[in-house]
Design a protein around this ligand. Structure first.
Ligand SMILES: Nc1ncnc2c1ncn2[C@@H]1O[C@H](COP(=O)(O)OP(=O)(O)OP(=O)(O)O)[C@@H](O)[C@H]1O
Ligand SMILES: [Mg+2]
Length: 462
């Protein structure tokens, strides 16, 4: 069956002739002589295109148009106008009509308009669908976490998104920096503008400069065409500078100028361009440490760090695990399954004990893996990736992430480990000190002294 077209016109002859000619062309046509009947059809059947006269008895064509758009934005409306009423056609287009056709017109003329309208409808609907899908990804309901730390992150996002404030997001790999950056953009007044991401780590110096600022034709060997940079592409929207710590020192000056004056030039260009963008930076590093070591300009650091957002690693907010696990289960379990699979206690123990160096991304991959191997039978230990099956639920006790540390106080670290081991022994023996001393291989008096020194557990329990 061809595309569904509804014709609304109070001239009977016009209606009949259009209906029969369009039907010959393969369209699925209906026609009525007033807007209220038209609206009933629009609401009950899925019309792709409505061709309507503006001057109708009863509800006016203009009100009809507004009602159609209220009901379904995606319905394409073509307006028929009588000679000399172009003004009203212009108003109709402002109200969301796609096109107009001036009476009298030939059927061929209308068919061309219809074809164009349908093509436009398809691409437009597709763009809208994609846009809705992308926006949904960054809705607050899709940013999971009710730990204090995540609540604070989300609160900050809510309070800064609508201003043009520069934000610097810090967090290990996979903690959700890009997700938070997207949430800031899609909750700002720039949401309909572009959200452009640049990975400063992935590109070498020359490429990065022309990637960010663009270049003029002939600026360097190989620059055969003028090219717009990401700052230009992000015009009216936001730019997300990922791994911003990796920008070489000499280019940091250029970025500083964009932050201060919102101006820049293309590589090899003389014209000064204006950057109407909101800047969101992200880093996995301790940027202040980079400043101290002379790798990062101090002035740029302060310009970027206007609103800092730190996303803690997953191992420091394990209270978020159960919500995240559920969220990813819902995401990966087939929509045809009735209920979410049951996760075994053994699996929960492993997921809780594990250190999650790859953070939320790693957890998402693990759940996807588990769902794929669960075959609707629930999430048991066999469904986990090999490396997790071997996790001793107590080994995590001693693991410590040193990748981001420049210094570590040995005494403090040892005390921390000692505390954790004592807690472990306490848990394992239900606080029985004779057994605790035994499994720790120390005399009972030593154990007591240590417990007192470390102020572990209530004195009355000792
Ligand atoms: N709080 C969260 N709720 C739901 N999904 C999350 C959350 N945090 C991260 N994710 C998901 O985890 C994955 C990794 O997140 P993202 O790409 O934002 O991390 P990142 O910090 O930018 O990582 P990298 O430093 O490696 O670029 C994505 O699929 C993202 O949707
Ligand atoms: Mg990222």
């Amino acid at each position: 069956m061809g595309s569904k077209v509804l014709i609304v016109d109070d001239e009977k002859l016009m209606r009949i002739s259009l209906e029969s000619q369009l039907r010959k062309e393969g369209y699925d046509v209906k026609s009525v002589d007033n807007a209220s009947d038209g609206l009933k059809i629009v609401k009950s059947e899925k019309c792709e295109v409505v061709v309507t006269d503006l001057r109708l008895s009863g509800m006016s064509g203009m009100d009809f148009l507004k009602e159609i758009k209220k009901h379904n934005q995606d319905t394409v409306v073509v307006i028929m106008t009588a000679y000399g009423t172009l003004e009203s056609a212009v108003s109709a287009i402002k109200e969301g009509a796609y096109d107009y056709i001036a009476k009298p017109f030939s059927t061929d003329e209308l068919i061309i308009k219809l074809q164009r309208a349908l093509h436009h409808k398809n691409t437009d609907a597709e763009v809208n669908r994609l846009r809705r899908e992308i926006q949904a990804e960054f809705e607050f309901c899709n940013i999971i976490g009710n730990s204090e730390a995540m609540k604070k992150v989300i609160e900050t996002v809510k309070s800064v998104s609508d201003r043009d404030t520069t934000v610097l997001i810090r967090g290990e790999s996979g903690t959700g920096k890009e997700k938070i950056a997207g949430a800031i953009h899609y909750h700002s007044s720039r949401r309909t503008g572009p959200f452009i991401r640049v990975s400063c780590a992935a590109l070498n110096r020359e490429i990065l400069e022309s990637e960010l600022f663009g270049h003029e034709r002939g600026a360097f060997t190989g620059a055969v065409k003028t090219r717009r940079g990401r700052f230009e592409l992000a015009d009216g929207g936001s730019i997300f500078l990922d791994d911003v710590d990796d920008i070489p020192l000499d280019m940091q000056v250029k970025l500083l100028r964009v932050l201060q004056e919102r101006t820049f030039e293309r590589v090899g260009g003389e014209e000064t361009l204006c950057a109407d963008v909101r800047i969101i930076g992200a880093t996995k590093k301790d940027l202040l440490e980079h400043v101290k070591n002379g790798y990062f300009r101090e002035d740029l650091y302060y310009r970027l760090n206007v609103v800092p957002i730190t996303i803690p690693p997953l191992r420091e907010r394990k209270e978020d695990l159960s919500l995240l696990i559920n969220y990813f289960l819902k995401k990966y379990v087939s929509q045809y399954e009735d209920a979410l699979p049951v996760v075994s206690q053994e699996v929960i123990n492993i997921l809780l004990a594990y250190n999650w160096p790859g953070n939320v991304r790693e957890l998402e991959n693990v759940i996807e893996h588990a769902v794929a191997f669960s075959k609707s039978k629930g999430i048991s230990i066999e469904t986990l990736p090999e490396y997790l099956r071997k996790v001793d639920i107590h080994t995590d006790l001693l693991s410590m992430d040193l990748s981001d540390k420049q210094m570590i106080n040995l005494q403090d670290a040892l005390t921390e480990v000692e505390k954790k081991l004592l807690q472990w022994a306490h848990q394992k023996t239900n606080g029985n000190q004779v057994k605790m001393a035994e499994i720790l291989g120390i005399p009972r008096t030593t154990l007591r002294n240590r417990l007192i020194r470390l102020q572990l557990f209530e004195k009355t329990l000792l």
